[in-house]
Design a protein around this ligand. Structure first.
Ligand code: HH2
Length: 289
């Protein structure tokens, strides 16, 4: 490894460090025409950059850039189109901010260019299963990876999700994928895990995972949770996608109390406020007397 390699590896490691003592917020930046809550809103580079600046100003600890919707039934996007959506944006964002950037992709070729353009970690909703080149790529670049659980594929996942015990099955899956990442050469400190709320899960499955999140915390990797504006919150409250902020904040706070280290959210400022309360309560619970 050359001195330049070493220094870029240490920059990446620094950027992957989570803020101590509070739950981090990962701001969602979808540059897709069809994402379920913000599709089509950031269609030009300038609009996307402006949105990224807003997320950072609201206190995002991390920006998650996605060029392919994973909503139930979403149409797959070619690597070329996805690359064109995310890579120049990540390069432009990296030129103006040191905030960590993740690329939300399941394709190693897109991830490779996104990492070269300045992304720090890959958010792979397939946990490296859809593309065999993903884990070796992340290892070779010294990058981080979010390994997320999903039953099925985005095209089919909500057709008939079924589990025996959803929490143990998700925990076993995430432990096995973390082991696969380690075997491919990814550093342990660079692995985060995510139960994949809404990915091949009924309302009861999502609730069980949130209620017993500490089972995933015991795996020993930072736990990421994405509940923002998701369908199960609509089922519980009757709220439309646009009306789900209160329910999203309640779920974010409860995920933080359950031990999530990172919450993925569209409404960053409001989520930071909810997490400030949850984090203070968690601290109070630890300091009895
Ligand atoms: N949820 C979505 C997308 N990516 N990544 C992780 N790690 N965890 C999640 O829960 C998660 C995710 C879905 O939300 P969104 O990006 O808003 O919608 P879409 O997939 O339609 O772009």
């Amino acid at each position: 490894m050359t001195a330049a390699d070493l220094s870029s590896a240490s920059v990446a490691a620094t950027r992957l460090t989570l803020p101590p003592g509070r739950t981090a917020v990962m701001g969602v930046l979808n540059v897709t025409p069809d994402s379920f809550s913000d599709g089509g809103r950031h269609a030009t580079r300038d609009l996307a950059l402006a949105r990224a600046r807003e997320l950072i100003a609201e206190g995002a600890d991390l920006i998650d850039v996605g060029g392919e919707s994973t909503r139930p039934g979403a149409e797959p996007v070619s690597a070329e189109r996805e690359r064109a959506r995310v890579v120049p944006l990540i390069a432009a964002l990296r030129a103006e901010t040191a905030v960590p950037i993740s690329v939300d992709t399941t394709k190693a070729s897109v991830a490779a260019e996104a990492l070269a353009a300045g992304a720090d970690l890959v958010n792979d909703v397939s946990a490296g299963r859809f593309d065999a080149a993903m884990l070796p790529l992340v290892a070779a670049r010294g990058a981080g990876i979010i390994l997320m659980h999903m039953q099925g594929t985005p095209a089919t996942m909500q057709q008939a999700p079924a589990y025996g015990d959803v929490v143990s099955e998700v925990a076993t899956f995430l432990a096995a994928r973390a082991e696969a990442a380690r075997a491919a050469g990814v550093a342990a400190h660079a692995i985060w895990v995510d139960p994949g709320i809404g990915f091949g899960k009924l309302v009861a499955h999502n609730l069980a995972l949130l209620a017993r999140l500490e089972r995933l915390v015991t795996l020993g990797f930072p736990v990421v949770v994405g509940v923002s504006r998701k369908g199960f919150l609509g089922s519980l409250t009757g709220a439309s996608v646009a009306e789900r902020l209160p329910a999203s904040l309640a779920a974010a706070a409860l995920a933080a109390l359950g031990g999530a280290r990172v919450v993925r959210a569209h409404d960053v400022g409001a989520t930071r406020q909810a997490l400030a309360v949850a984090d203070a309560l968690a601290r109070a619970a630890r300091t009895r007397g």
